[in-house]
Design a protein. Structure first.
Length: 309
């Protein structure tokens, strides 16, 4: 015989507790679904981005306009910042409290220091204008060292450098022709996993097939080559440019990773300007230019000799 009274499970408090528990479980599933969807969305966006970097390019720089641009002031006269600071100093009237607490001299000294600081800011801006003018003159005179200097100052590939790739610009033995070396760093840039959603809304992570990995690698390398060319032609008055893509690969003869050239291409501005950057397949569009590239779907890029100047 059961001497304990039967517990009632149908009370309002109990039902409310069960409903809340169910709500938390559903909410957890929903949060997990949203998280999985977001991760897959970010993954797909990243893959799309590294395949289409060529579709963005910097605005062209008109170095002739830079060279003929006049300064806003000359060092012999006060600049705009100094004029404003002098105006504020001239307009200063000690308040009752300034006079009462003896702060007049301190306030005036602070305003005088602001005038001096404003003068230095104006002079800094003037020096920047001078440097920009000098650089424009050197660039328009075909000075290759000025080309490299502009490249280093403007950093046109800072966004791609954040992915892991590296870029170096240097003169060649031919006047007016420069080269850009593009260190791919595939192991940092190209994902090795595939992220998808299952039918039940869960995140699925699997190893990326070898052929897909190498295909994505080729897309990124060739897309970046066109981005390099577009940005360099926007930055500098060049008619052609040499681009060498390099990466670390295993040298099976010595069992060590070595830096090798995987693509070498000479891009001509007149040909590049005829291409529809939205519609091209960069891996195929490379064929429009003198190039060296050896690629196998199952092994990826093979080392090639660089094009000569």
């Amino acid at each position: 015989m059961n001497f304990w009274p039967k517990r009632r499970r149908g009370t309002g408090a109990y039902q409310l507790q069960q409903e809340f528990k169910k709500f938390l479980q559903e909410q957890a599933k929903l949060n997990e679904l949203h998280k999985a969807m977001r991760e897959v969305e970010l993954y797909e966006s990243y893959v799309q981005m590294i395949r289409t970097v060529h579709q963005e390019a910097d605005e062209p720089i008109d170095w002739e306009s830079v060279r003929t641009q006049s300064p806003t002031f000359t060092p012999d006269d006060p600049g705009p910042r100094e004029q404003q600071a002098q105006h504020e100093l001239a307009q200063y009237q000690p308040s009752f409290w300034d006079r009462l607490f003896g702060r007049t001299r301190k306030e005036r000294t602070a305003l005088e220091e602001l005038v001096a600081a404003a003068r230095e800011e104006d002079l800094t801006e003037y020096r920047i204008w001078q440097d920009r003018m000098a650089l424009a003159n050197r660039i328009l005179d075909g000075d290759e060292t000025a080309y490299v200097e502009a490249f280093d100052k403007m950093k046109p590939y800072a966004d791609l450098a954040q992915l892991g790739s590296e870029f170096t610009c240097y003169p060649t033995d031919r006047r007016g022709l420069i080269a850009v070396e593009f260190l791919v760093q595939s192991q940092k840039v190209i994902p090795t996993e595939v992220k998808t959603l299952t039918k039940t809304g869960k995140l699925s992570i699997s190893q990326m097939p070898v052929t897909r990995y190498h295909g994505l690698e080729q897309d990124y390398v060739c897309s970046t080559i066109f981005r390099i060319a577009r940005d360099m032609f926007a930055l500098l008055p060049l008619e052609e440019i040499l681009i060498h893509a390099t990466d670390y690969q295993m040298n099976e003869a010595i069992g060590r990773m070595e830096l090798t050239t995987i693509v070498s291409v000479r891009i001509e501005r007149r040909v590049l300007d005829t291409l529809n950057m939205i519609a091209i397949d960069p891996s195929e569009a490379v064929r429009n230019f003198e190039h060296r590239m050896s690629f196998l779907k199952t092994k990826g890029f093979r080392p090639v000799e660089r094009l000569m100047v």
